[in-house]
Design a protein around this ligand. Structure first.
Ligand SMILES: [Zn+2]
Ligand SMILES: [Zn+2]
Length: 122
């Protein structure tokens, strides 16, 4: 392929934004690809940023979906255990709150798992 602006010069690559051939004089070398100099540099740069961000969010997802549920589950067990062994027993407020936390943890886990699945399929 030859340069879009200079048909007699062979291209070194294509613009990531418009897919036209670029010679060394027309190409702006960005981190992850080439762009038409003074034309599509900012487009390609923001495109790279979006790709970068989604790649980071994706790699962080498997860990993040467990953090909140585990936290609430732990809180629930502490409250429920405390309530269970306290004088009030299973009818006392701490135990009921503990059970509430545990249910909340399960709900968050299921919801996060669905979000994770949805982003994986996309
Ligand atoms: Zn371009
Ligand atoms: Zn050129």
């Amino acid at each position: 392929m030859n340069c879009f602006n200079h048909p007699e010069v062979s291209s070194i690559g294509i613009c990531k934004s418009c897919s036209k051939g670029l010679c060394p004089n027309c190409a702006a070398d960005l981190d992850h690809g080439l762009a038409c100099k003074n034309k599509h540099e900012s487009q390609v740069e923001s495109l790279n940023m979006i790709l970068d961000k989604s790649a980071k969010a994706y790699s962080a997802a498997p860990k993040n979906i467990f953090i909140a549920p585990i936290f609430y589950l732990f809180m629930g067990l502490v409250f429920a255990g405390f309530g269970y062994f306290s004088r009030e027993g299973v009818t006392g407020l701490p135990f009921v709150m503990g059970v509430g936390f545990i249910i909340f943890a399960v709900v968050i886990f299921i919801r996060n798992r669905d979000i994770f699945k949805a982003t994986k399929d996309a």
